[in-house]
Design a protein around this ligand. Sequence first.
Ligand SMILES: Cc1ncc(C[n+]2csc(CCOP(=O)(O)OP(=O)(O)O)c2C)c(N)n1
Ligand code: SF4
Length: 284
Amino acid sequence: MATEKDFITKITPTWCVGCGNFGIWTALRQALAELGLEPHQAVMVFDIGCNGNGANWHGTYGFHGLHGRPLPIACGVKMANHELKVIAVSGDGGGYGEGGNHFIHTCRGNQDITYIIYNNHRYSLTTGQASPTSEHGAKTKSTPAGLIEYPFNGPQVALTCGATFVAQGSADEVVHLKELLKKAVSHPGFSLIDILQPCVIYNDKDIRQQYKQKVYKLEEAGYQPNDKMAAYQKAGETEKLPIGVLYEEIRPTYENQLPQLAKAPLVKQPVAVGDISEFLREFK
Ligand SMILES: Cc1ncc(C[n+]2csc(CCOP(=O)(O)OP(=O)(O)O)c2C)c(N)n1
Ligand code: SF4
């Protein structure tokens, strides 16, 4: 049986010392091992960004796509072989900005994919510009006079668009995050986990202390994740920051409703190769 070490490659991570990404990396590989998965049973699809550089040190199958585009690629992987566990990874910039449209429509589709957002509220790889989740008034390289817009709330949008599993986590609460990731990966349908990820270079210098003071666990507050309106309210909290499952419901997945996939995954079905010379002539 695989252990968490089997989900690591031999490449040394290049993230900054103290980056919150390390906590997510650890929690995810522990979660996959504890779920009894083997590395070849999971595919991770990565965005471009500091988060996406993790493509080099996660030991599953991997695909490093274009900025904002991991979800359409992940959906393609799932359609080709729905027996695989498919995990897509983005930053708040790629996931909610460049890839915002894909995000909305994957929530609607309910493909059985887990979507992890490394939410550091900045475009960090490109040196700290304001992102869709940056706070109103934030002074960043791209907003020296303060950000005019108000933040995009990923979990609230996911709830509105029909996501069947919505959660918030914290990169610094590794054990809690591991359990959350296990639930998300096991959920039959689209699961979003938006993770508070401290960026020690472009967030406030005391970002870790801020999160420590604000974060609380939903389970300890007696919260039940079965009421969409309650989940919407919780996802909007800013004074205190709830972590845990905000909402879960069971609905048929996209791939389970495709008759073409009922017998076997596409990759296991015979390919009917006939005479395609006539067809090819059309492209001459
Ligand atoms: C379509 C497109 N827009 C912009 C870029 C430039 N770009 C590459 S990484 C990046 C920042 C990534 O920020 P985020 O997605 O929040 O991830 P982080 O680096 O914070 O983990 C940007 C703007 C690009 N490669 N492609
Ligand atoms: S710039 Fe920020 S997000 Fe990127 S590796 Fe460094 S600490 Fe992490």
